[in-house]
Design a protein around this ligand. Structure first.
Ligand SMILES: *Cc1c(COP(=O)(O)O)cnc(C)c1O
Length: 433
């Protein structure tokens, strides 16, 4: 059962309550390897479900446009102070609704339409909001991109510098959604200084690792740092912008009134709770275990003949090129989902296939590590992944996955995974007895 229990919801809207229960069970029964996801604590869940959602608070603590902020000001101030302390930042804004609006606020703070932005190309591991042609950031600004080297699967800082010197961007963005290797913040900062650009470090994926000391911090290097709060940081859906004191005003003005109206106060409270959790010594262990688990999973996958982009990982994330396995990312991901392993298909650098049916898979260890899985379980999971991918290759296509024997083979794996996971409790789910 979902925990906290939802009796009022069940009485008022049994349909939605039923779906909430179904989703909680689904999250309990699957190995969740989507690199951007996690399990938040019961405390974070409770904070998001409070009466703070009733309150409008346009503005910032002490400077609001609505009355009745005696309590909300304290909530937001706690969140801001905890963010600054956890990351050692001079300024924090906890109001962005999510990572995408947080990034858009940075464009608004520093750029005019048509200005040049240098960022990682989406098919190489960047993010939509880093100037993809389908994003407002790509339509309204002039994106130029760096990628990774074909031989290494890694960003080469000489390439970044060369493009920056040629294109003279006003904003440089480092970070992305499919980067298995350490981001060289100091080197990016040096290039940004050389060309007179603002440096934005988008640490959405790795914020929890930075907080827990398992990845170098962009603080002290980047002018502005954006992050979601719900990935490795293990908080509610939301985002934050950190900056130097110099840019505090520009950032705050861009978020409100530049881009948003009232902040989501229930989310702000949950962010504060997550930041408190991330400042505990146990979170350092968590971050270290996330990386150790990703590396254990990567090594086990290599033993099963999988081709890892860049040959491994420094963080929570693995990018697998399935070309040598004779199956596409989409067919493999669907088969794995049926087998109880939840992940997503992903482009790999220099992918010859289209983004909606690319050559790769992206895996992450953050959620499984929260469940308490360790290196031994990761080896077991790699074995199941190998078995399911072999079934997918045999099936050959999405239609092929509907074959009775194929479905049965995948379902057998799903049963074994449910059995394993019954030994690993999930925050948000109480086992019925
Ligand atoms: C997830 C992510 C975002 C966007 O976050 P949303 O909350 O989905 O809008 C932005 N940048 C990076 C690098 C991300 O990984």
């Amino acid at each position: 059962m979902h925990e906290p229990a939802v009796p009022h919801l069940a009485a008022a809207d049994p349909q939605i309550a039923g779906l909430v229960q179904d989703e909680a069970r689904r999250q309990y029964e699957k190995v969740r390897l989507i690199a951007s996801e996690n399990y938040v604590s019961a405390a974070v869940l409770e904070a998001t479900g409070t009466v703070l959602t009733n309150k409008y608070s346009e503005g910032y603590a002490g400077k609001r446009y609505y009355e009745g902020q005696q309590i909300i000001d304290q909530v937001e101030t706690l969140a801001v102070e905890r963010a600054k302390a956890l990351f050692g930042a001079e300024h924090a804004n906890v109001q962005p609704y999510s990572g995408s609006p947080a990034n858009l606020a940075v464009y608004l703070a520093f750029l005019s339409p048509g200005d040049t932005v240098l960022s990682m190309d989406l098919p190489m591991g960047g993010h939509l909001t880093h100037g993809s042609p389908v994003s407002a950031t790509g339509k309204w600004f002039r994106p130029v991109h760096y990628g990774v080297r074909r031989e290494t699967g890694r960003v080469d800082m000489n390439d970044v510098r060369e493009i920056a010197l040629r294109e003279r961007p006003k904003l440089i963005i480092c970070g992305g959604t499919a980067i298995p290797r350490t981001i060289e913040f100091a080197a990016f900062a040096e290039i940004a200084r050389e060309v007179g650009a603002i440096l934005l470090a988008d640490m959405a994926h790795i914020a929890g690792l930075v907080a827990g000391g398992a990845h170098p911090s962009p603080v002290g290097h980047a002018d502005v740092i954006s992050t979601t709060t719900h990935k490795t940081l293990r908080g509610p859906r939301g985002a934050m912008l950190l900056s130097t004191a110099e840019h505090a005003k520009a950032i705050d003005k861009a978020v409100f009134p530049g881009l948003q109206g009232g902040p989501h106060n229930h989310t702000t409270a949950a962010i504060a709770v997550a930041l408190k959790e991330a400042s505990q010594p146990s979170f350092k262990d968590y971050a270290a275990n996330v990386v150790a688990n990703a590396q254990a999973l990567g090594e086990a996958l290599i033993e099963h003949g999988f081709d890892l982009v860049s040959g491994g990982t420094d963080n929570h994330l693995l990018l697998v090129d399935l070309t040598n396995k004779g199956v596409t990312g989409k067919v493999a991901a669907k088969a794995l989902d049926a087998a109880g392993v939840e992940l997503n298909f992903n482009t790999v650098p220099f992918d010859p296939r289209r983004p909606f049916d690319p050559s790769g898979l992206r895996l992450g260890s953050a959620a499984a590590t929260t469940r308490g899985l360790g290196a031994q379980e990761m080896a077991q999971v790699a074995q199941w992944i190998d078995a399911a991918v072999a079934v997918a290759a045999r099936a050959g296509s999405l239609d092929g996955l509907k074959d009775r024997q194929v479905a049965a083979d995948l379902d057998k794996i799903a049963g074994e995974i449910r059995e394993l996971l019954s030994g690993f409790p999930m925050p948000g789910w109480a086992v019925e007895r």
